[in-house]
Design a protein around this ligand. Structure first.
Ligand code: GRF
Length: 216
């Protein structure tokens, strides 16, 4: 196999998606590997998962910076030496800015270099409570859905607004509470996020460069 795609996984919490990615990367035919795990929160369990897997970690607390761009600039500076090719947000609870996005734009593939997983259809719900949205337990969304659509998408400078790469439906069952739906949803997340990373690494995803061409 040719060189494996070099991933940085960004987390803010427990990191079950990180674990699924790490586990997939152990397979000899998986075309990517995690070269660094970045957290904006010290002490989270995802960092422990990285250490157990022998993966370097970089903790850069957003609290130490007056604004998002400065925080991201420090992350970019800290991880430069890992030669990251794709940034994988996995429960990273920060809205990212162009400082990060432009640092990782993949000009070889003409693709954004940052992806995210979201527990809802990003066209229907943006934000941190996708499973609650599906259950209709958010104050401004009291309708219960019949399913939630886990979404893997490219990240742009909006909140969950980037181009969709892959979606998978998870039915909302009659007796589901938040823990039930989240548990079944996470099982699906753990399957499709590595799948999307594989497709990216294999060069099977393209969205075009939006270049203006002028015939002369
Ligand atoms: C997942 O539900 C993911 O879709 C969302 O944040 C959660 C992270 O969970 N963006 P974990 O830290 O990977 O367990």
């Amino acid at each position: 196999m040719t060189e494996k795609l070099r991933l940085a996984v960004f987390i803010s919490g427990g990191g079950t998606n990180l674990q699924a990615i790490i586990d997939n990367c152990k397979k000899s035919d998986f075309p990517a590997r995690v070269v660094v795990v970045v957290s904006n929160k010290p002490g989270v369990y995802g960092l422990e998962r990285a250490r157990e897997a022998g993966i370097p970690t970089e903790v850069v607390s957003h609290r130490d910076f007056p604004e998002r761009a400065a925080h991201e600039a420090e992350i970019v500076r800290r991880i430069r030496r890992y030669e990251v090719e794709l940034v994988v947000l996995a429960g990273y609870m920060r809205v990212v800015t162009n400082t990060l996005l432009s640092a990782f734009y993949d000009s070889k593939r003409c693709l954004p270099g940052v992806i995210n997983i979201h527990p809802a259809d990003t066209r229907a719900y943006q934000g941190a409570h996708g499973y609650e949205f599906a259950l209709g337990i958010l104050p401004d969304h009291p309708e219960r859905l019949t399913e939630t659509k886990i979404t893997v998408h490219f990240v742009d400078d909006g909140v969950d607004t980037g181009p969709v790469i892959m979606q998978a439906a998870v039915p909302v069952q009659a007796n589901d509470g938040i823990d039930d739906l989240r548990a079944r949803g996470l099982d699906v997340e753990h399957r499709i996020y590595p799948e999307a990373i594989r497709l990216y690494a294999e060069g099977k995803i393209s969205i075009g460069c939006n270049q203006v061409e002028i015939e002369t």
